[in-house]
Design a protein around this ligand. Structure first.
Ligand code: UGA
Length: 444
């Protein structure tokens, strides 16, 4: 089958490459000529395990191509995906400018009956706006042509996106037209050959499903972070509590890891956008607002622990090694990363940061440039060398087995602030270092 995808960001690119991998002919359209040029050469602008080799193979086989020419993309296929960004507006609601611009472009060039599939995360009711935008452009051309608008939200996780796309746990299709559903079932069928993973529903329910999924995940994290705060104050260890509750299958093991707060381009944005949708429809988003404010507090928690350790004394002139800058492991993405708040708090307090991340050094350089107070280091232990304290913000695998004897010699104030609870406190303390984790009451 043929598919055209508008937007070569995270979702569009991964979806396009994976559809090509299962044998479809894919055209990806983007307005950024430089990006299209690089993609044609197989240069992938994001760090995503497995994506580059998959892209190279499918570019080589001629199954995927990249263009800035929207008309060419629309002519190539009758299944047209919209996978462009929906950045937050000033008040946190999703900005539909790019989505509706693609819709108008489709309306201007559509030459045969088509299915327009929206993959961008959009407020409930957006499919209707997309439909109107296309219809207006068709009318302006005096063209009467059938088309359908379908909602097909995306559930990819950064760092595991290829796997999520090739082996989805569900494919949500929101459509009112049975033919559209049938076409998408055929398109996606090879991903779910042995299981029926399709969940078909009406368009608005599909649109809401996407927000509900991310908001639920964020809620679990903020809940655990709040329990962690309670644990710190009552002298309990949240890691024990996690083991105790995760074993209940109704609660489950996923997304109950307390930490330095959730970040990334999706959870923070989608919780806020859903809250604005609720408000716009007269529903007070009490829980969503709380999820968001707990997360805001949590992102400042490592700094609070640092201040507590130094008993409120000045941090000016102190140097902190920061391990992990990306918002989570296996990505170089630093959008809404907890490391950013921490580093900015440390700089405001007059401290210096010696930072290391296995993938996000270029991104850090791009964001902060030659900022005073930031030293970019080549390795984790190079960052720790000569620092007064070590702070772990992202749980990259290589940080998991810390050499505490070595750190004890390197870190002058002999203290580790573990924002992801990687280490057993006794082991760290046994090596002669003070230890602070998240929700580990015994250390307060
Ligand atoms: C999230 C969802 O997990 C995907 O299903 C969804 O498709 C995606 O958003 C999207 O809307 O595009 P992603 O942003 O890549 O994926 O990252 P997550 O793995 O969800 O992690 C988000 C944040 O939560 C990270 O900062 C992570 O460190 C934090 N987290 C996660 C915790 O603090 N505790 C946990 O137990 C799990």
């Amino acid at each position: 089958m043929h598919a055209t995808i508008f937007g070569t960001g995270y979702v569009g690119l991964v979806t396009g490459v994976c559809l090509a991998e299962i044998g479809h002919d894919v055209v990806c359209v983007d307005i950024d000529a430089g990006k299209v040029e690089r993609l044609r050469k197989g240069e992938i602008p994001i760090f995503e395990p497995g994506l580059e080799e998959l892209a190279e193979r499918n570019i080589g086989a001629g199954r995927i191509s990249f263009t800035t020419d929207a008309a060419e993309g629309i002519a190539a296929s009758d299944i047209l995906f919209i996978a462009v960004g929906t950045p937050p507006d000033d008040d946190g609601s999703a900005d539909l400018t790019y989505v509706l611009e693609v819709a108008r472009t489709i309306g201007r060039h559509m030459a045969r009956p088509s299915i327009v599939v929206n993959k961008s995360t959009v407020p409930v009711g957006t499919a209707d706006k997309v439909r109107s935008a296309i219809a207006e452009e068709l009318a302006a051309r005096s063209v009467d042509m059938a088309f359908d608008v379908v909602s097909n939200p995306e559930f990819l996780k950064e760092g595991d996106a290829v796997n999520d796309c090739m082996r989805p746990d569900r494919i949500v299709i929101g459509a009112s037209d049975a033919t559209s559903v049938e076409q998408l079932r055929r398109l996606y069928g090879p991903f779910v050959r042995n299981h029926d993973r399709f969940v078909c529903m009406d368009v608005r329910s599909a649109e809401l499903t996407k927000y509900a999924a991310n908001a639920m995940l964020a809620t679990k994290i903020s809940f655990m972070n709040e329990i962690a705060s309670v644990a710190e104050h009552v002298g309990a260890d949240v890691e024990m509590v996690r083991l105790g509750i995760g074993s209940d299958p109704r609660i489950g093991w996923h997304f109950i890891y307390p930490g330095a707060g959730y970040g990334g381009s999706c959870l923070p944005k989608d919780v806020q956008a859903l809250a604005r949708i609720a408000q716009a429809h007269g529903v007070e988003p009490q829980l969503l607002d709380a999820v968001e404010s707990v997360n805001h507090r949590q992102k400042g928690h490592l700094f609070d622990l640092i201040q507590r350790h130094y008993a409120g004394g000045s941090l000016a002139g102190k140097t902190f090694a920061v391990w992990g800058l990306a918002f989570k492991p296996n990505t170089d993405d630093m959008r809404e990363a907890s490391s950013r708040r921490l580093m900015e708090q440390l700089w405001d307090a007059g401290a210096t940061v010696r930072a290391f991340d296995p993938e996000a050094m270029d991104e850090t350089r791009r964001i902060y440039g030659d900022r005073e107070g930031l030293v970019l280091c080549d390795s984790d232990y190079a960052a720790a060398e000569g620092a007064d304290a070590l702070v772990i913000v992202t749980e990259w695998k290589q940080f998991r087995s810390g050499d505490f004897k070595r750190l004890q010699r390197m870190v002058k104030d002999r203290v580790i602030f573990d924002g992801r609870n990687l280490y057993p406190p006794q082991q760290v303390e046994g090596a002669g270092l003070a230890y602070y984790g998240i929700g580990r009451g015994r250390s307060v």
